[in-house]
Design a protein around this ligand. Structure first.
Ligand code: PRX
Length: 629
């Protein structure tokens, strides 16, 4: 696709081998007289084969080593740390050599359970540099979720912090890792970095990361990788079963992340790019780390929350760091608009050129506020639709188009190479405009996931079976009379809480652990701030006066088995669930109940006992009255 020696449009240099087949950075000496373990020999393979970290680091270090790669906006306001490309390369190489010293090799899997920081970015790039596969686990996930991901991917090591810091609170990351790895025999080492000064327990397999990095060589020759070798995997939720390890590969992913970063955000050299996502999600991978770094941008790492220490935090950061592109989630915008405009207007936002929204549908009110108040009606606002599986943005307006043409709250246009189609219930392509259907993509694109780790059949079943010959996204969409796309939401049992994707089955599985609760059914309901929340219907083993206590226990179970954000906002006890004659729960009816569309329940003839509908509606009504008083 790209020729060696040519520059792609995104500026990815698949460079010609330099004289002697050696990249110039091979000759760099370790800094500050750090002891060298002697890895600076020859470069064993052609330069253009070492894809990810060479494109994200070495090519920029060669040309502008002192350009700032990362600005770490730490939780503590006003304590930003700037890291240049040379420094990031140094960190990455030392970390890579440390991993190698402890036996991590090409193809091994490494879990990263860290809050956002230059060291966590270096951890990702260090894995890439030695050909290991990173799997970043969002640092808000519980020990059990972390353990599940480690076991499924067979990780050899975990990289973590002693503690995390967010919104003024410390988070016990190392303690969670300790709990998780108790039952993970594949883990040989836990590398522990220090985010705070607090001491944590260090066991036999724990290695103090910074101490080792100080001793390590600052040169690490990148491993030769094939374009289709795995770069990383990232777990995400589906409508059934456990989270799946989505696999992305070296060249296609990086190319797609870089291209979309450049064109969707109109990135120009010298811009400060502010994506406030966590690296634990695909948005962080593609638009905090790989896309911006491949393009040589200055990428902001935001460790805090939108309301710490006050609701002006984002805009104070925009002013102080002179951010040019700001990319965030609708859930934060909805939260902030409740605090009023003064928190925004207090700060100078004249540096902003493009605003972006991601992860969930953005409602018109939030779009307008983002556009008018934050962007002063001057910046382009792009609503970007994509998924963990797509690797990068697939549908979004482009800033180059006439601003007046951008339609509020619409993802609008496919990116180059993306061919969206809408399908009807019979699996036929819907032609024409002003139509809705299941959103599919008709031809492959460079950034698409290649498989689900360890289960290629599941990959085929989940994405290619419903509409043979097409990639099925799981989302529904509307195509307007002008041919623009608007995402209407998931068509399966996946919900989106504050932009975090979750299978309702995962919550049900967690709650099934409670001995008093034999049956549960979870559905999403519209939530003013979070976009969607979880509403759980439960059946108790026997009538009890302690139902409230059981509900609290269920919440604790969900938090400890998945994460706090997964805890249902509402738990309603019902006598029985609506089931078909074959025993399948009809969640569709429960969704109608919680979205208050009970006047249009649709076909209920397949229900085992249709009187269950009235029973549940009455219980819901009572619950609502009780909770509104
Ligand atoms: O339902 C869509 C929603 O988020 C899902 C993908 O979630 P995840 O893999 O976690 O990736 C999130 C970040 C890319 C999609 O199937 N979604 C994502 N972006 C939008 C969206 N829904 C509406 N509008 C969007 N812009």
């Amino acid at each position: 696709m790209l020729e060696a020696g040519r520059k792609s449009e995104a500026g990815i240099t698949l460079a010609k081998p330099l004289a002697g087949g050696r990249p110039s950075t091979c000759g760099d000496r370790p800094r500050d007289g750090m002891p060298s373990l002697g890895s600076a020999g020859g470069c064993p393979a052609p330069w253009w084969l070492r894809i990810s970290t060479v494109n994200c680091l070495d090519q920029h270090v060669e040309k502008s080593p002192n350009r700032v790669a990362l600005i770490w906006e730490r939780d503590e306001p006003g304590t930003a740390v700037h890291v240049t490309y040379r420094e990031l390369q140094d960190l990455t190489c030392r970390l890579a050599n440390t991993l190698k010293k402890y036996g991590i090799q090409k193809g091994d899997r490494v879990a990263i359970y860290m809050s956002v920081s230059p060291l966590s970015v270096a951890a990702m790039l260090a894995c890439a540099r030695i050909g290991a596969v990173h799997t970043v686990v969002f640092a808000g996930f519980s020990a059990e979720s972390l353990a599940g991901r480690i076991m499924d991917s067979g990780c050899k090591a975990v990289i973590t912090y002693n503690q995390g810091v967010r919104g003024g609170r410390t988070i016990e990351l190392k303690a969670t890792v300790d709990e998780a790895v108790k039952n993970c025999p594949s883990i040989k080492h836990v590398f522990v970095a220090q985010r705070t000064d607090n001491k944590v327990h260090m066991g036999d397999r724990d290695i103090p990361l910074e101490e080792e990095m100080t001793k390590a060589d600052s040169i690490c020759i990148p491993e030769s990788m094939d374009s289709e070798d795995v770069l990383f995997m990232l777990y995400t939720s589906g409508s059934t079963g456990k989270p799946k390890g989505i696999v992305h590969t070296q060249a296609g992913y990086l190319l797609y992340a870089a291209l979309t970063h450049k064109y969707v955000f109109d990135y120009q050299q010298g811009d400060v790019f502010g994506c406030v996502a966590d690296i634990g999600w695909i948005t962080g991978h593609s638009y905090v780390v790989y896309g911006p770094l491949c393009n040589g941008a200055t990428s902001v790492l935001f460790e805090s929350t939108p309301v710490y220490p006050d609701p002006g935090r984002y805009w104070e950061v925009v002013q102080r760091l002179k951010i040019n592109q700001f990319y965030g989630a609708p859930t934060a915008i909805r939260l902030l608009l409740n605090y009023g405009e003064e928190w925004v207007k207090k700060y100078d936002r004249s540096s902003l050129k493009v605003l972006g929204s991601v992860g969930e549908p953005i409602n018109k009110e939030a779009w307008q506020w983002f556009y008018e108040v934050v962007g002063e009606g001057r910046c382009t606002l792009v609503d970007t639709w994509w998924q963990t599986e797509t690797g990068g943005i697939c549908i979004a307006p482009r800033p180059s188009e006439e601003k007046a043409e951008i339609v509020p709250a619409m993802a609008m246009r496919p990116f180059f190479g993306i061919v969206p189609v809408l399908m009807d219930e019979n699996g036929e392509v819907i032609e024409g405009n002003d139509v809705s259907g299941a959103l599919c993509i008709a031809q492959p694109w460079p950034g698409m996931a290649r498989t689900i780790h360890g289960d290629h059949q599941r990959f085929i079943d989940a994405y290619f079976k419903a509409y043979p010959g097409y990639y099925f996204t799981g989302d529904g969409a509307y195509r307007s009379h002008k041919g623009y796309y608007q995402i209407t939401g998931r068509m399966d049992d996946v919900i989106n809480i504050s932009g975090h994707r979750l299978g309702t089955a995962e919550i049900e599985d967690a709650m099934a652990d409670h001995p008093e609760v034999p049956e549960t059914a979870v559905v999403g309901y519209p939530h003013k701030i979070k976009g969607e929340g979880a509403f759980a219907f439960i059946v108790l083993r026997e009538e009890t006066a302690h139902a409230d206590h059981i509900k609290e226990e269920l919440k604790t179970i969900v938090a400890s088995k998945i994460a706090k954000y997964a805890v249902p906002d509402h738990i309603l006890v019902v006598k029985r669930l609506p089931k078909t004659r074959s025993g399948k729960i009809m969640r569709r009816l429960l969704r109608k109940v919680v979205t208050e569309q009970s006047s249009n329940m649709g076909d209920v003839t397949t229900l085992d006992d249709p009187s269950v509908v009235k029973e549940i509606l009455d219980a819901y009504q009572k619950y609502k009255e009780k909770n509104s008083s």
